[in-house]
Design a protein around this ligand. Structure first.
Ligand SMILES: [Zn+2]
Length: 388
């Protein structure tokens, strides 16, 4: 969801401006889906890579249109263009630096940026070179934010691509850089047909090394994928995980006990399956990306019967009300055409959330982050003070 100049005076846009300076937490945002359009165009020009549009706004429109096609595979096509310009240390470093600056400008206090090093080797970089280049850019970005009296703390999550078979190598790579900026491991790419169990050896390497994982699950595939992420992936968090809603049965009926006849209330019965119960009771954090979930069709089954689902059809609020540990994310800021402040404002508009509730989502995310306990507590105090 983006807001044009004409819409800048709408209540949602005003709320977005109110939210922007408040400290926020971003746990699920892909580096290769969140470049500046201007940078993508400039770098594509230097290597002769043809883009679907040469004007930044037009390019964003094309990406958003493809993203909104409701098909994950089409959604992923934009990444062929972005990764094309991310094959040298210099470009990775610049893109990582700008990434940090852009998040800081949106008020992000703590971020985990995910990306797949194996997608960035065609220019001759090694996996380690690529991770170091991104880390150098993240450090530069954090320094430039600090110079402007801002604060941002950021860690890398290394993703292994599900359609390839380099996961054990990426797991070892993450461990080599665990004391130099890498905080977690993920599997990304097509969920359908590439279940977490395929990557069990990598997850075992990580589990034995006491290294945390988050797994994309419950986006393009259903609850079996979530179960597998938790079992084979030992996932401490779920990337999206929205299709956990399919393991929740909600039945409504008239309240037959109502004797007065006035203000008859609807009885709502909610039944959680074993997987939903596990995710809620163990407080497994759900890295929810509302707009992306609409665009990829992740909530289509849940919103069955709604021809064009909008945010109000998203199970986010039901999950929140039922006590699930939910956070709000952007997934791919360029590709989906979103910002974290914009996503929060849109959610608040859809579900009538107060600022205190939006702050809850930030605390949920921070407490579920892969940051160490002491740092987490320090940042939580900073965050709460600003939101109160
Ligand atoms: Zn993702």
């Amino acid at each position: 969801m983006t807001f044009t100049d004409a819409a800048s005076s709408t209540p949602v846009a005003q709320l977005e401006e109110q939210i922007r300076p408040l400290p926020k937490v971003s746990l699920h945002d892909h580096l290769d889906g969140s470049l500046r359009a201007t940078t993508l165009i400039e770098l594509a020009g230097t290597i002769g890579h043809a883009l679907p549009a040469e004007d930044p706004e037009e390019l964003q429109r094309v990406f958003r249109r493809n993203a909104a096609s409701g098909d994950l595979v089409q959604y992923l096509q934009a990444f062929e263009h972005t990764t094309a310009v991310m094959q040298t240390a210099e470009n990775l470093r610049r893109i990582a630096r700008e990434y940090v600056e852009d998040l800081a400008a949106d008020g992000v206090l703590y971020a985990e940026v995910r990306w797949a090093p194996e997608q960035h080797l065609t220019g001759g970089l090694s996996l380690d070179d690529a991770v170091e280049a991104v880390q150098a850019g993240l450090n530069e970005g954090a320094e430039s934010v600090a110079e402007a009296d801002g604060v941002i703390v950021i860690g890398q999550i290394l993703s292994a691509m599900r359609q390839h078979d380099r996961a054990p190598e990426i797991a070892e790579l993450a461990l080599r850089h665990r004391d130099a900026g890498v905080v977690g491991f993920d599997i990304a790419g097509p969920e359908q047909g590439f279940p977490p169990v395929n990557f069990a050896p990598a997850f075992t390497i990580l589990a034995e090394a006491m290294f945390p994982t988050t797994v994309h699950a419950g986006e393009a595939a259903g609850i079996d994928s979530i179960r597998d992420a938790l079992v084979s992936g030992r996932a401490q968090r779920l990337g999206h995980g929205v299709r956990i809603a399919e393991d929740i049965t909600v039945t409504t009926g008239d309240d037959s006990r109502s004797k007065t006849g006035e203000g008859e209330e609807q009885l709502v019965e909610v039944e959680l399956g074993h997987i939903a119960r596990w995710v809620r009771d163990r407080q497994i954090h759900l890295e929810i990306s509302p707009t992306s979930n609409l665009q990829t069709g992740a909530i289509a089954t849940f919103a069955e019967g709604t021809p064009t689902p909008t945010l109000v059809d998203h199970p986010f609020d039901m999950l929140y009300q039922l006590g699930f540990n939910v956070g709000v994310n952007t997934d791919n800021r360029l590709v989906s055409g979103v910002t974290l402040s914009g996503e929060l404002a849109a959610l608040a508009d859809a579900f009538d959330y107060s600022l205190a509730e939006l702050a809850d989502f930030q605390v949920n995310a921070l407490e579920s982050s892969f940051l160490g306990y002491e740092e987490r507590e320090t940042l939580t105090a900073v965050l709460l003070e600003a939101w109160q």
